[in-house]
Design a protein around this ligand. Structure first.
Ligand code: SF4
Length: 103
């Protein structure tokens, strides 16, 4: 693989580093769930743009959905919705989830 650098030779881009990670999906057992509600709070809606893995999206009914495949387990969504209680969050089972590759 050829390394691509930022202008100014600052090293690999964040996207290039993230591409090195691997993810093992625990099929049928998502580790994060959005609790169904009448209307998503601003906090929950913000995850559509703040989740670094792009796991959250808004459907055509205005509800926020998550596909946790690719989740980096950063905990941002857990913190952001701590007061609203709109998601259930737990780590994936052992052997599943993100596998970070450093270097
Ligand atoms: S833990 Fe982080 S990467 Fe995973 S869904 Fe939440 S915000 Fe996205």
């Amino acid at each position: 693989m050829t390394a691509v650098s930022n202008a100014g030779d600052a090293g690999p881009k964040v996207e290039e580093k993230l591409f090195q990670n691997r993810y093992l999906v625990d099929a049928g057992r998502p580790h994060i769930k959005v609790i169904p509600g009448a209307e998503p709070s601003a906090a929950l809606r913000s995850l559509v743009t703040t989740c670094p893995a792009g796991c959250y999206s808004t459907n055509d009914r205005g509800q926020v959905e998550i596909v946790a495949d690719g989740c980096m387990e950063c905990g941002t969504c857990r913190v952001v919705t701590a007061k609203t209680g709109e998601i259930e969050w737990q780590y994936p089972r052992g052997g599943y989830g993100i596998l970070y590759k450093f270097g």
